[in-house]
Design a protein around this ligand. Sequence first.
Ligand SMILES: Cc1cc2nc3c(=O)[nH]c(=O)nc-3n(C[C@H](O)[C@H](O)[C@H](O)COP(=O)(O)OP(=O)(O)OC[C@H]3O[C@@H](n4cnc5c(N)ncnc54)[C@H](O)[C@@H]3O)c2cc1C
Length: 448
Amino acid sequence: MLDVVVIDGKARGIIARNLITGEIERHFGHSVLLASGGYGNVFYLSTNAMGSNVTASWKAYKKGAFFGNPCFTQIHPTCIPISGDHQSKLTLMSESLRNDGRVWVPKKQNDPRSPKDIPEDERDYFLERRYPAFGNLVPRDVASRAIKERCDAGYGVGTSKQAAYLDFADSIKRLGENVVSAKYGNLFEMYEKITGENPYKVPMRIYPAIHYTMGGLWVDYNLMTTVPGMYALGECNFSDHGANRLGASALMQGLADGYFVIPYTLGDYLAKEIGTKAISTDHPAFVEAEKGVREQIQKLLSVKGKTSVEHFHKKLGKIMWNNCGMARNEKGLTEAKAAVRALREEFWKDVRVMGTADEFNPDLEKAGRVADFMELGELMIDDALNRRESCGGHFREESQTEEGEAKRDDDKFAYVAAWEFKGVGTPAELHKEELKFDTVHLAQRSYK
Ligand SMILES: Cc1cc2nc3c(=O)[nH]c(=O)nc-3n(C[C@H](O)[C@H](O)[C@H](O)COP(=O)(O)OP(=O)(O)OC[C@H]3O[C@@H](n4cnc5c(N)ncnc54)[C@H](O)[C@@H]3O)c2cc1C
């Protein structure tokens, strides 16, 4: 799907490109439902499927749907560390591993010893030390930041020094290898295939990676965006998870949105639309939307520059990860905003998209996605700049407790930031949806 068609203020269809033939198609509908997933791939390296993208949500945003909390990104602590610059994908090791694995780094900085040569009293089980009540089971954002903190301070392990150990030795001793294998055998096998190391004998190495985006299209309780008749379901909307996706899972959201909410709320909307006859796809709004899609494709193909789409994506990902990733600050974000804008300009001057429009063309497909990521990146940065507090997956370095934990500022920021598109390169308009808690009240989290 490459655009949404809006007629008289209501979503009435989409423009799609057939990925096999390149044909551009118009589809009418009395309403439009988007279930196009999250946008974690804006960071280039993530645990998301390679095809995950923001295009559908982004086009909806440009057609008037507000974008909620775009900077809220979940980082998963238990991923296989980056092994080099050739990589385009990161692998998630299941969260369940932290039930039995203990996370540690050496107590000595830049310790070159192999883990088996580091005695027990020279190991820092830093999650157990910092969070005695929860230990290795602290939430994802807390564990991720703690791993990053140790690595940044020079205690990281492995060749890159950007990793911590996840050690099963104690569990194997306590439960026996058979029990551990019954619980995690498939994961251990996968880890060994990727790294060449046997986690029954050598501790796993882990590092946090982008995993889930809590931000997305703003929706009401009926899952409708700010464009009447346009709905957003699942990870592509902003709802349910707040800043942290702590108590809610994607599975829950997928089931709730798809099975329990939309069949009722959509019916309610369509009941009022029953008198509207099918609109011809010759309607000027369809013609106009298709023209825009074709122009964008031609624009991408006609740059004929020297630099690959992949190169731009990778560069964007690095800017986003370094400045709008696990930790954010005013200076880094401001620099990143300028860098993303400059990269976007360079992209439109120098990108080389292979092939033609009328064929199966993954390079062209990806170019469109990266073009949208370049615009989204700036909105994520603006959102992160605006939220001068730490909140779940959004950690502003200026807003932390004396112990280095995330510090909320509910007096100023207890709102959903819903952004309205005003043009590429023009600041989006911020709308604030106030958050009210009647029964459970907002409080500083503590896992001590
Ligand atoms: C490795 C991994 C492990 C996970 N483990 C868990 C877990 O244990 N528990 C849990 O609750 N969650 C987990 N998640 C998260 C969960 O899988 C996702 O949040 C969930 O699948 C999102 O569902 P969705 O239907 O909203 O989107 P998706 O499953 O991402 O589906 C979106 C679909 O839309 C298509 N699409 C995108 N853009 C367009 C477009 N422009 N036009 C047409 N089609 C488009 C995509 O191709 C895709 O098929 C995990 C995620 C990953 C990556």
